[in-house]
Design a protein around this ligand. Sequence first.
Ligand SMILES: Nc1nc2c(ncn2[C@@H]2O[C@H](COP(=O)(O)OP(=O)(O)O)[C@@H](O)[C@H]2O)c(=O)[nH]1
Ligand SMILES: [Mg+2]
Length: 303
Amino acid sequence: MLKNIFRKVRSSVIRGKALLSGEISRIFSKNQTKDEVLENLYEVLIRCDVGTQVAERLISQVKVNKDLDEVECKKTIKSVIKEILENSEGSLSFEGHNKTVILLCGINGNGKTTSICKLVHLISALGKNIVIAAADTFRIAAQEQLSTLTSGYKVHFEGAKKEYEDPGSVVYRASQVLLEKEYDVLIIDTAGRLHTSSDLMQQLKKITGIVDKVLPDAIKHNIICLDANNGQNVLNQVRDFKGYIQIDGAIVTKVDGYAKGGIIVNIVDIYSDFKIYYLGNGEGESDIIPFRSHQYIDYLLSD
Ligand SMILES: Nc1nc2c(ncn2[C@@H]2O[C@H](COP(=O)(O)OP(=O)(O)O)[C@@H](O)[C@H]2O)c(=O)[nH]1
Ligand SMILES: [Mg+2]
């Protein structure tokens, strides 16, 4: 099954290279005292988005090295990050005859609709029959975007019957289709909402309630789309969405244009039960990479 998924993925390697490794090398090329090295290292780690908590832990571990050199420093950082990322790999389950529901949420522009198209690309390749619920009923253009993007696939598309229709109604109809027909997977696209807008967040909660009611036995993945380039702000997004619905993990998008690299370590360190399912690696339907911590560490720290 995994093989099939990889066959459909254009590249399993993150495009580009993170800044961290080169920045660390630069620190050691300057012949500085240990204190200066540690001070500069802390600055670099913060600049690379790992967050203060992780940066402090890394510094305290690196400090322990008696003869601090570049190789030892990178080795220590790698091993701490490896520990943080243990158990962070998310995987979508399509087990036996169980039905699976994947709900994507997140703020506007983070890549929900694009990621759904990528998921359709991957999941169709597994021979699964897909229902899409276009529950972003605020913008008719959003429905059209999703319907156009997925038009090349054999999917059941459930959209709004009229503008501003209650997204809950769309999700209800789509859940019924999944329940009654030979479909395996329901993917729900939701309206981009500000995590600060409480009525829209209540609506999201209502959507998950409908799914729970109509499909109590389905395997459910509530996934937040996070734009890697939002830096520390993604932490607020996760916190606020978690205040309304259970969030199992994330698809981190736009890593193709993200050189800082460290935000995933930061998120997983703070939310230890949080899974990273996929990385968005471009705008195309096959620009999606299953998250593998060792590959991500290579991207962060390989020379
Ligand atoms: N470079 C890049 N662009 C992406 C990625 N994912 C989404 N985008 C772009 O981000 C913009 C917003 O995406 P969209 O799916 O409409 O976001 P939504 O509002 O959350 O549904 C679009 O221009 C997408 O092409 C990605 O992984 N890499
Ligand atoms: Mg959208």
